[in-house]
Design a protein around this ligand. Structure first.
Ligand SMILES: *[C@@H]1O[C@H](CO)[C@@H](O)[C@H](O)[C@H]1NC(C)=O
Ligand SMILES: *[C@@H]1O[C@H](CO)[C@@H](O)[C@H](O)[C@H]1NC(C)=O
Ligand SMILES: *[C@@H]1O[C@H](CO)[C@@H](O)[C@H](O)[C@H]1NC(C)=O
Ligand SMILES: *[C@@H]1O[C@H](CO)[C@@H](O)[C@H](O)[C@H]1NC(C)=O
Ligand SMILES: *[C@@H]1O[C@H](CO)[C@@H](O)[C@H](O)[C@H]1NC(C)=O
Ligand SMILES: *[C@@H]1O[C@H](CO)[C@@H](O)[C@H](O)[C@H]1NC(C)=O
Length: 882
């Protein structure tokens, strides 16, 4: 073994050789370069049982299985040659190596690092006896396409994060190599990855969420040897549309098989030996591309599945189908399975509900009378998640429904109030929300411990703060037990409140009508309690504050309370002129393509008045303007800037919003000097990101209908004095349901924030907002504008730079975050998570981007860990009801 290969006498010869070859360059036939030759000799010396041509005094380019390109070693292929010995670390000097194929030999000892072999495309080392793999094995392998390490007795290792940089990776195969840890999320975002094979390892955890929309075609995760194996739901499989082979057998997966109808090439589906429950979905039994399927040894329920004859099916062993040949289940079984579906098919129900007769056996939670009618369903204390199925209403003999001490969410289905024999509904200590249906008096309701029940849903995290009048000394702040008596007294109180409200409203309206010397229109809004000598405030009062309080007190207020009749929001031009000092230049807050925004004061309330440019008005714009008001009056959320009123006479169109004293996010990020503020802290940026995410999530999915903002950018994110954010400017909001009605015809959006597919095709989905949100996250992290002329031309947009830089986390943390941020270790971790989220949200393919709710769920825990002791969220904050 030569350690000093650079000792001086040896140096002369290579130099001479180098001189010689540089005189006669001969690309393909040239002998190995000096450095490569030395490395190859070292490699050859440490291997044994080599092919005879591997003699250390000959040119390595002539050795069997070795190919050179321009005097550099390009490929080494010794597959199936019976080679033994060890693999020298000199391999890392072959910097032009593209293929390393040593599979099915007896090579032992540690694997050397291949770090920085940036040309390396193929690594095939399976079926050897390598004993360990270094941490940096994959680092800097930017050309890597295929890895095969299967069947090597490696010391326990985890898949290194460096592999995420190998963005051309097509195949990763490392079964039976003692991998520990969880499946790295980046396998879901490597856009070229087709095959992932990590069977027979020692791995744990679940399928990463980021697999949603991945390009993987062949997925082998079977037979993990760790005590817990892979576990959790296989739901994400339903959105991995490219899958052809799915092998999940011999793990601990639970829950139902998802809808597989989006998998257009599924051929082999093996989930045997898990703990799956629920019905076999029709999308699997009728899958036209399916060749073989294995479902044995799970707890699958419902009718015995029927596959086409061409499918090689292994299904009958160890499941809990209601019958042993295809056919439908007993109606009661079908109804009970619908209940179990609501609970996400819990394992203990699947284990206990055997056969086709719920009253004959000992079915957990089910009690029948002697006519075989199901009269009691008792699922107390089961840690069930999911929802209460509306189909429970089909059990017409049911007298008691007991669901206490679980983790159920969603509403109490309205259908349950029609159960004719129901005496008791006990949902104590769950996480239910929505409005309690109007049950008949003979039903005893036990509702305690459901903090969100009775208040309007969709508040994005707020909970009502005042307690129900009928609540005794209860730890629960909202809906308490409401047995018959106190329920009607609650209704009485609510009734009185409504009556008082109407009286106050009439009183104010009376004064208002006197003031206007004109008969008042039907008022659609609830007054704010301002003194009657301030009539204008009828129209402009801060929407919802008082209503929020009333609603939380009555406990069962209708969600419709929040619907505002747009007619009731019409304001007088005179009051708005006065409020803005006759649209004084000094009151201008900002200008844009739409027109000008003025600050104003209306009876002590600060407002912002948006005045549309005249050429945007006119008869044609009228419908759009009306539509916008219609949208705005429907979306109310504490992270969306509220519309307070409007004015429209055909020539002049004004929108009146609540005033946000903190200015725009754009000012705070990029012009903080100009507005004499200090740069935002990381905590403030996190909170702003979450506020923004919640507002947009609401727009997308929580409002009664779905809306797309289409113009998210920092200048549309407004801040209050506490640096809490609201999303504003709904001028381009697109209503998703009503496709006939085109809300806005002008070109929408702002360059830099436009999602690629939107910019090129004009196709607009909610993912357009997710993209813009991701761009804003990048700006929050870096303090840089997405488009900046000072950057060189190729790098004019922040997005590709960010995507490139984030590949190397250490470098990223050193160079990318806004220098104004003071980041300790914890902040760095949280910043990296937000950076990953930003990358995910700005994926090129809209289908690869997450939903806004994903962003909310990612950000919320980060903000919580940052919460100062005196946080004000959800405490005494009535606006949190929105
Ligand atoms: C795992 O690899 C070892 C060799 O390292 C081999 O003997 C064994 O059969 C392999 N196990 C499986 C399940 O393939
Ligand atoms: C799997 O990992 C656990 C700890 O992580 C270890 O105790 C066990 O020996 C490993 N099993 C195998 C087969 O490598
Ligand atoms: C499915 O079929 C393929 C080839 O047709 C075969 O290699 C594989 O073992 C089969 N898988 C199962 C789970 O039967
Ligand atoms: C419950 O009843 C409704 C209306 O009759 C029916 O559509 C639904 O399929 C039933 N559900 C079950 C699970 O039987
Ligand atoms: C209820 O569900 C939530 C979210 O799924 C979970 O974080 C929480 O731990 C669960 N609580 C209980 C008591 O099971
Ligand atoms: C309760 O449900 C809400 C959604 O309705 C969810 O955000 C929250 O995490 C749940 N809480 C618990 C403790 O499960």
């Amino acid at each position: 073994m030569k350690k000093k290969k650079c000792s001086s006498p040896l140096l002369l010869l290579p130099l001479l050789l180098l001189f010689f070859f540089s005189l006669f360059p001969s690309p393909t036939l040239s002998a190995a370069s000096d450095g490569d030759r030395v490395a190859m000799v070292d490699i050859a010396e440490k291997l044994t049982n080599l092919p005879s041509s591997w003699t250390t005094d000959s040119d390595p380019c002539q050795w069997a299985g070795v190919n050179c390109r321009s005097g550099r070693i390009a490929t080494i292929n010794l597959a199936l040659k019976g080679v033994a010995g060890t693999l020298s670390s000199s391999i890392s000097k072959l910097s032009s190596l593209t293929n390393l194929q040593l599979q099915q030999n007896q090579i032992s000892g540690p694997l050397p690092s291949l770090a920085k072999l940036s040309e390396l495309e193929i690594i095939t080392l399976d079926g050897n006896a390598f004993s360990s793999i270094p941490n940096d094995f994959f680092s800097g392998l930017s050309a890597l396409q295929s890895v095969s390490l299967d069947d090597n007795p490696l010391a326990p290792w985890v898949i290194p994060a460096d592999l995420a940089d190998s963005i051309n990776l097509v195949r990763f195969s490392a079964s039976n190599t003692s991998i520990n840890g969880e499946i790295p999320e980046f396998f879901g975002t490597l856009g070229s990855l087709q095959s992932l094979r990590i069977s027979y390892n020692n791995m744990t955890g679940g399928l990463p969420d980021l697999f949603r929309g991945s390009s993987i075609q062949n997925l082998w995760l079977n037979n993990q040897q760790s005590p817990t194996k892979f576990s959790g739901s296989i739901d994400v499989i339903g959105s991995m549309t490219q899958l052809s082979l799915v092998w999940l057998q011999s793990n601990s997966f639970t829950g139902p098989i998802p809808d597989l109808s989006k998998l257009s090439s599924l051929a082999s589906f093996n989930v045997r030996d898990n703990s799956l429950t629920g019905l076999v979905p029709p999308s699997l039994t009728s899958c036209p591309t399916l060749k073989n399927v294995s479902l044995s040894n799970n707890q699958l329920q419902g009718p015995y599945p029927k596959f086409a004859a061409r499918v090689d099916a292994d299904i009958d062993k160890g499941n809990n189908f209601c019958n042993s040949a295809p056919g439908s289940c007993n109606a009661k079984v079908t109804m009970l399975l619908a209940v179990a579906e609501g609970f996400e098919y819990p394992l203990n129900l699947a284990n206990s509900w055997m056969g086709n007769d719920p009253c004959g056996g000992n079915w957990f939670g089910v009690n029948c009378d002697n006519q075989n009618n199901i009269i009691v369903l008792n699922f107390a204390n089961q840690h069930f998640e999911g929802i209460i199925s509306p189909d429970i209403a089909n059990f017409t003999s049911l007298t008691k429904l007991i669901l206490s001490n679980n983790n159920l969410s969603g509403p109490i289905p309205d259908s349950l109030k029609g159960l004719p024999n129901l005496q008791l509904l006990d949902v104590t200590n769950n996480n239910l929300s929505g409005i309690v249906p109007d049950f008949p008096n003979h039903v005893t309701l036990k509702l305690k411990g459901n903090h969100l029940l009775g208040s309007s849903s969709g508040s994005g995290g707020g909970s009502s703060s005042s307690s129900s009048p009928s609540d005794g000394p209860s730890e629960s702040p909202s809906a308490g037990d409401q047995p018959t008596g106190s329920k009607s007294s609650g209704a009485l109180i609510a009734g009185i409140l409504v009556a008082v409200l109407i009286l106050i409203a009439c009183f104010l309206a009376f004064f208002y009508s006197l003031y206007r010397k004109k008969h008042a229109q039907r008022f659609g809004r609830v007054p704010t309690g301002s003194p009657p000598n301030e009539p204008e405030s009828i129209k402009t009062g801060v929407m919802g504050t008082e209503m929020g309080v009333l609603n939380s007190q009555s406990g069962t207020g209708s969600a419709n309370t929040y619907m505002v009749d747009p007619q009731g929001m019409h304001m007088s031009i005179r009051s708005l002129r006065r409020a803005t000092n006759n649209f004084n230049e000094e009151n201008i807050l900002g200008r844009g393509g739409f027109g000008v925004v003025y600050k104003g004061e209306l009876n002590g309330t600060l407002i912002a008045v948006k005045r549309s440019r005249v050429d945007l008005t006119g008869t044609k714009g009228n419908d759009e303007f009306k539509a916008e008001i219609d949208v705005l009056s429907k979306v109310r959320h504490r992270h969306l800037v509220a519309l307070l009123g409007y004015y429209d006479d055909g020539n002049e169109r004004l929108l009146v919003y609540e005033y946000m004293p903190g200015g725009t996010l754009e000012q705070h990020l990029f012009d903080y000097n100009k507005i004499r503020c200090s740069p935002l802290t990381w905590k403030q940026r996190l909170t702003i990101a979450l506020d923004m995410a919640r507002g947009v999530e609401y727009l997308h999915s929580l409002a009664q209908e779905s809306f797309i903002h289409r113009d998210l950018k920092p200048s549309n994110i407004l801040l209050d004095n506490d640096m809490r954010a609201k999303v504003s400017d709904f001028g381009l909001v697109k209503h998703c349901i009503d496709k006939q009605k085109s809300m806005m015809t002008r070109l929408a959006g702002t360059f830099g924030y436009l999602a690629p597919e939107y910019a090129s095709t004009g196709r607009v989905t909610t993912k357009v907002d997710v993209y813009a949100f991701g761009v804003i996250l990048m700006e929050l992290i870096t303090g840089q504008k997405v488009l900046d002329d000072r950057r060189p031309d190729d790098d004019s947009s922040l997005v590709p730079i960010f995507h490139r830089n984030i590949l190397n986390k250490d470098e990223f943390l050193k160079s990318c975050p806004d220098p104004n941020l003071e980041l300790d270790e914890k902040a760095c971790r949280s910043l990296m998570e937000v950076a990953e989220l930003a990358r995910y949200c700005t994926a090129r393919e809209p289908s690869h981007r997450p939903d806004m709710s994903y962003a909310v769920n990612k950000l919320a825990p980060l903000v919580v860990t940052w919460k100062p002791t005196a946080g004000n969220e959800g405490r005494g904050d009535v606006s949190s009801l929105f």
